[in-house]
Design a protein around this ligand. Structure first.
Ligand SMILES: [Zn+2]
Length: 155
């Protein structure tokens, strides 16, 4: 089993988070998709196009723990590939447009979709890491705050 820095199994944390059934992990991912702080949903998660703020302006949640790495580009390539690939297939099968249409449309759409989807994907990955208490989010994320939640502290 993978162990995080605190020596707690990541599988155990995921199990706790998912078993809680509170939907906090879904909420954290959705807030991240909106490029907002996964903890409060109010503060902005990004200080520039792809740079995550060290901490949330609204609630003070530290965000520098994230290790999104290559996962956001992977997700972006997967989603854009599905959309553009399906678009090319449907367009060609139903309308058979001239070659210039393909050359003019699909590369532009690919670049535009990639640039548009990369920040939300990164926000979602940070939200997922926050929700699962990964990479130093352990003390702050829902999985790591189980004791606090039992005491009624929801901050
Ligand atoms: Zn916040």
């Amino acid at each position: 089993m993978m162990q995080d820095r605190n020596g707690t199994g990541i599988g155990n944390r995921i199990g706790k988070s998912l078993a809680a059934g509170s939907g906090e992990w879904k909420r954290a991912i959705m807030r991240g998709l909106g490029c907002r702080c996964p903890a409060c949903g109010e503060g902005r998660a990004f200080s520039s196009y792809l740079k995550i703020r060290p901490a949330c302006d609204a609630c003070g949640q530290e965000l520098h723990h994230h290790r999104a790495d290559d996962f956001p580009p992977y997700l972006t390539i997967f989603v854009v590939g599905k959309i553009v690939g399906t678009g090319i297939y449907i367009c060609e099968m139903h309308y058979a447009p001239p070659l210039w249409f393909h050359v003019a449309t699909w590369p532009l759409l690919t670049v535009a979709l990639s640039l548009a989807l990369l920040p939300p994907m990164k926000g979602a990955v940070v939200g997922l890491q926050y929700a699962l208490g990964m990479h130093g989010f352990g003390e702050a994320g829902p999985a790591g705050r189980e004791g606090d939640n039992e005491r009624g502290n929801t901050a």
